[in-house]
Design a protein around this ligand. Structure first.
Ligand SMILES: [Zn+2]
Length: 428
């Protein structure tokens, strides 16, 4: 197969020939029977998400491996890491292998299960990290995401344990004692609205502690969904020491602020904006953008968190926390980072494909588009602007905060090892 007229990382137009799932040739003027017209789209290495909630097993009413990976493919992703907070929790070799097999059978992209750090996400006893690492799923990323591993001794032991197989602990940094009943970012808006505040220090204190622990035991820490300017400062400091710390930011924390809880196109107190960690201030957004640009924050991860309508369309205090994000991630990153001149397309490819694959220790994903590399390719047209219409989404859930907003760009096609999963915006 030949993909004609694409611009690799935004460069000069070329054609790409694919054979046996890999890139066989790159040059202008390739001839062949089977050809797809790229129409000048930007070609990126297939995107890799470090933080996806696929909800299966247990909450198939919100998402399944099939619909979640369809959503991923439509967003330009060729691999996702499936978070462990399913029901049952992915805390044994049996459950991670179940998710891994579902990915093989129904996946429209590669599915790499994340293993829980503690049994049942309860924060009392380490889960079978070694057995999950040795399983068919070959788990390398471990996280209690949704909950924080707040016990310092357990966190230390997890960091020590994963060294044996080059794993990484991905921490959801939220000091639970500082966030009891918290509803939104603690600040002037929460004060005006009378909602219990979620202080930045609850995130920052855990990140500081975990950086110190990772340094102390010489292990690898990944910080999930960094949301405050103070967290950025701590991670910058840890990296300056040469410690093995990486961090992610979500698209929504790069674009949206806590003012939306008070005043938005969909009214005040709309739970569509309720998310963990909460939307922060404009100053935080600016710090996160700068940190992603200068490499202090390594990657963009979606934290795609599907919820059924009944869990979101209720009063603020009762609503579930989370937003879907796979199908809008690249557009939001274009809006927040590319249109602002902070990143070029090579920088986007690093932060949404190359580096997340490296952190997850994935082989065959996140490789530069060169001859011999697996043909994991995302074709993206940045020139259009369209109104977000979630009725067209592949996700089973509709809890997007961007509904009705105009965002730039669209994923044209996605190829997984040379096989199209999306063509002309439609699932194959
Ligand atoms: Zn989380």
């Amino acid at each position: 197969m030949i993909i004609r007229n694409v611009r690799i990382l935004g460069g000069e137009p070329v054609d790409i020939r694919i054979a046996d799932g890999a890139i066989a040739e790159i040059r202008p003027g390739l001839e062949g029977p089977e050809a797809v017209d790229g129409a000048g789209a930007i070609a990126l290495p297939g995107l890799v998400d470090l933080h996806t909630h696929l909800r299966e097993p247990g909450r198939e009413d919100a998402e399944t491996v099939q619909t979640g990976t369809q959503s991923a493919a439509r967003g330009g992703y060729t691999a996702v890491h499936a978070m462990a907070n399913t029901s049952p929790v992915a805390d044994t070799a049996g459950v991670v292998e179940q998710v891994w097999r579902l990915g093989h059978e129904f996946g429209h992209c590669d599915v790499h299960p994340v293993g829980a750090v503690t049994v049942g996400l309860e924060g009392r006893q380490l889960a079978e990290l070694g057995a999950m690492a040795d399983s068919a799923a070959r788990v390398r990323v471990f996280s209690d995401d949704g909950k924080c591993v707040d016990d310092a001794v357990l966190m230390r032991r997890a960091l020590e344990y994963v060294k044996a197989f080059d794993g990484v602990v991905a921490q959801h940094a939220q000091e639970p004692r500082l966030t009891g009943g918290a509803q939104m970012n603690e600040g002037v808006v929460s004060g005006r609205l009378g909602l219990t505040g979620w202080p930045a220090v609850a995130e920052e204190a855990i990140i500081a502690r975990d950086c110190l622990l990772a340094a102390h035991v010489g292990s690898r820490l990944h910080v999930c969904h960094v949301s405050t300017a103070g967290s950025v400062e701590i991670i910058r400091w840890a990296k300056s020491k040469g410690w093995n710390v990486t961090a992610e930011v979500t698209p929504h924390h790069l674009l949206l602020t806590d003012d939306l809880v008070e005043e938005s196109p969909v009214g005040a107190y709309n739970p569509i904006y309720k998310v963990n960690p909460p939307l922060r201030t404009r100053a935080d957004v600016e710090a996160l953008r700068a940190a992603l640009a200068d490499g202090t924050i390594d990657v963009v991860a979606t934290d795609h968190a599907p919820h059924p309508v009944e869990d979101k369309e209720t009063e603020w205090s009762a609503a579930a926390m989370g937003m879907i994000g796979l199908e809008t991630a690249l557009s939001v990153v274009q809006e927040a980072m590319v249109e602002t001149g902070l990143l070029d397309w090579a920088g986007v490819a690093q932060r949404m494909s190359v580096v997340p694959a490296r952190i997850g220790r994935l082989s065959g994903q996140g490789q530069p588009l060169e001859v011999g590399a697996p043909a994991n390719i995302t074709l993206y047209d940045p020139s259009v602007r369209t109104e977000v219409d979630s009725s067209a989404y592949a996700s089973k859930s509709r809890n997007t905060p961007y509904e009705g907003m105009t965002l730039p760009g669209r994923v044209v096609s996605t190829f997984l090892r040379g096989r199209p999963t999306v063509l002309e915006g439609k699932l194959v």
